[in-house]
Each structure stands twice: as structure tokens, then as C-alpha cells.
Design a protein around this ligand. Structure first.
Ligand code: KG4
Ligand code: ZN
Length: 340
């Protein structure tokens, strides 16, 4: 099947053309980051308006890059949720309109299901596997037994890993979103230089908590405000990144041991982090686990990732109805259980 996929859940307007849920023919991502940076975070109303402005040019570009046009499309996959409601509605309404006009099916997909399955666009991944999803809104560990079969094993109790990166970056005076900036600065820093907490690292659950780490960063920067620059800033970034990675690796290791799973997928924007990629590689090597982390372009928000589950659902007769609503929240454990 030749699918168009559309993503507008947050601050990226994205479209892609994918064949058979595996072969990415094009992927266009128009980022609004520069616009929201001025406000220190995503402003929902501005995000919706910008999506409206960009959705048609982005889809047109995706079709052109794939050297195809609307008439060749056989289906559409679109993010139904979770995300900002106004932003989601732009993508969903567009998908419905194109599907109705062309007389082809569309399917509403869970954004995180897309992140988890993005690796399928680059590598042959087999079920079952453990998935660690680390993004701006999620820090979750799932057991994945097949398309639409997700079981939440652990999750953050407060901030997501990406949120912790972005808030800590802001505390250090770095521009929003600071995750990638911390990663860059950390490259020349010493991860052992500043002692920071590793919340919940030794508890028996597979849950996370990052708000205490953020508070520790706030206290450290307030006490050392005059010296947090130059090498000291590099060291603080490296120490923060090490603390986050230590927790993510420890919980992932515990989940792999508990489930006995031999395959691991790491996904979401924070999976771009060079330190995390390195440590997950070491963990997988130590445990003899097969590791799949998509390339950076498929870790962050994109539309191509939605075509992987989208293709499966459409091929199996699970198209959505025209009355489908966008949803700001959506439990992954309910995905694929007739809730489409
Ligand atoms: O998956 P994503 O693009 O959007 C959401 O669905 O949230 O993730 C965005 C998050 C942001 O918090 C951003 O700062 C973080 O991913 N991020 C990183 C890096 N690149 C992006 N965090 C740490 N290191 C990076 N290199
Ligand atoms: Zn995302």
C-alpha cells in the first residue's frame, strides 16, 4: 500500500510517503521550534495556527519528494493523539478531507506507537521486544508483543526525560528546547564532576521520577550562579546527562531481566542523545540483547513513523470512521483493541 502519513501533535508539521509500511519514499518535517523558543515552550494556540499554515505545503512537498501525487495514494495514517488538541485537529481534519475526496481509507494512530515502530523503517525488527520511549511528554517502558499489543511496565511519575532535559537547560540559561544543547555541551564535560541524585534508581518498580533531579539542578545553579559557564557548564551538562542515563539504563536493565526479552527498542526525541545511545549500546552488549535505535531523524517527531502501524491497521481492515475525534490523552494499553 502507498500511504501518506501526517503528524501535527505538537510543534512539528510533518508528512511522509511510505510504501508497505516499510519503505520511506519521503519525509518532510517543518519545525516551529524557533517560533516557540521566544516563549520558552510550546504555545498551543500558535502551534495550531502554524500547523494550519504549513500543512498543505508540507504534504505537497512530501508528495513531490516521493515523485508521486494524490491520485496514487491508497490510504492515510495520521496522529490521532495524544498531543495538543488544536494541533491534532489540523492533521486529523486534513487526513479526513483527503481520504473523503479520494475515496481511500484513513486510520488514526497513537503518536507513541509511531515512535516505537519507527525503527521498522530502517531495520528488520522482530516481536516481542522491550521498548523504552523517551520524549518530551513520555518516559515509558512497554512490553510489545505485536502491532497494537502494548503493555505498560513502567512510566514516569512526574516529568518526562525530555522535559527534565528542557527544564534543566532553561535553569542553566540555555535556549528552549535544550535537550540537544545539553548533549552538545556534555561532550566536553566530566560526567562525574557534579554529584546529582538518581531518583528511584534502587526502588523495585520500573517507574521513573525526574522532578527531584530538576530541583537539584535548580539548587546547584542558584548556589553557583556566577561560575556556571565555560568548563563548569560543560561539566554540569555532562553530570546531568549521566544522571538521566544512569536511571534510564538501570530501569531498562531491570525490565529486560524481569521479562526475559532479548530485543530492545529505544525511541523518541531523547533517543537522539549521544550519551544515551552509547550507554544503551553498552547495556545491550553486556546482556546479549539486540538493540534497535532509529537514526536521529526518525527519533524526533516525524510522520513516516505513523505509516508503520498505519499500514498494518489498514491492511487488516481497521480503518477509522469519518467521525473519529482527536484525543489529548490515550492509554497505550488500549491501542489496537477496537478503540480506533
Ligand atoms: O519525540 P520528540 O521529538 O517530541 C515529543 O513527542 O515530545 O521529543 C522531543 C524531546 C525534547 O524534550 C528535546 O529536548 C529532546 O527530545 N531531545 C533531546 C535531544 N534531542 C532532542 N534530549 C537529549 N539529547 C538530545 N540530543
Ligand atoms: Zn514525539
Amino acid at each position: 500500500m502507498l500511504l501518506l502519513s501526517i503528524e501535527t501533535s505538537c510543534d512539528e508539521t510533518a508528512a511522509a510517503v511510505v510504501r508497505d509500511g516499510r519503505k520511506m519514499l519521503s519525509s518532510v518535517v517543518s519545525s516551529q521550534i524557533a517560533i516557540h523558543a521566544e516563549y520558552g515552550g510550546v504555545v498551543p494556540e500558535i502551534a495550531s495556527r502554524k500547523h494550519l499554515e504549513m500543512i498543505t505545503p508540507v504534504i505537497t512537498q512530501a508528495l513531490a519528494d516521493a515523485d508521486t501525487d494524490l491520485s496514487a495514494l491508497e490510504g492515510i495514517a495520521v496522529t490521532r493523539g495524544p498531543g495538543l488538541l488544536g494541533a491534532l485537529l489540523v492533521g486529523l481534519s486534513t487526513a479526513k478531507a483527503i481520504a473523503a475526496a479520494l475515496g481511500i481509507p484513513f486510520v488514526g494512530v497513537h503518536h507513541i506507537e509511531g515512535h516505537i515502530l519507527a525503527a521498522f523503517l530502517e531495520q528488520a525488527v522482530e516481536f516481542p521486544f522491550l521498548a523504552l520511549v523517551v520524549s518530551g511528554g513520555h518516559t515509558h517502558i512497554y512490553r510489545v508483543d505485536g502491532f497494537g499489543h502494548y503493555q505498560t511496565l513502567g512510566r514516569t511519575r512526574d516529568d518526562a526525560a525530555g522535559e527534565a532535559f528542557d527544564k534543566s537547560a532553561k535553569i542553566m540559561g540555555l535556549e528552549y528546547p535544550g535537550g540537544a544543547m545539553i548533549d552538545n555541551l556534555a561532550r566536553q564535560g566530566d560526567g562525574k564532576a557534579v554529584r546529582l541524585p538518581r531518583p528511584l534508581i534502587n526502588d523495585n518498580s520500573l517507574n521513573f521520577s525526574f522532578s527531584g533531579l530538576k530541583t537539584a539542578m535548580l539548587q546547584y545553579v542558584s548556589k553557583n550562579r556566577d561560575s556556571v559557564h565555560g568548563q563548569h557548564l560543560h561539566d554540569l551538562c555532562a553530570s546531568f546527562q549521566q544522571a538521566v542515563c544512569d536511571v534510564l539504563v538501570a530501569k531498562t536493565e531491570a525490565a529486560l531481566m524481569q521479562t526475559g526479552l532479548k530485543r530492545l527498542v529505544v525511541a523518541g526525541g531523547v533517543a537522539c542523545n549521544s550519551g544515551l545511545r552509547l550507554h544503551m549500546g553498552q547495556l545491550a552488549g553486556r546482556l546479549g540483547v539486540q538493540l534497535h535505535i532509529p537514526g536521529p531523524a526518525l527519533c524526533g517527531d516525524n510522520a513516516a513513523m505513523l505509516a508503520v502501524p498505519g499500514n498494518f491497521y489498514l491492511e487488516n481492515g481497521m480503518a477509522s470512521e469519518q467521525c473519529l475525534d482527536a484525543t489529548a490523552t490515550w492509554d497505550m494499553d488500549k491501542v489496537g483493541r477496537g478503540s480506533l
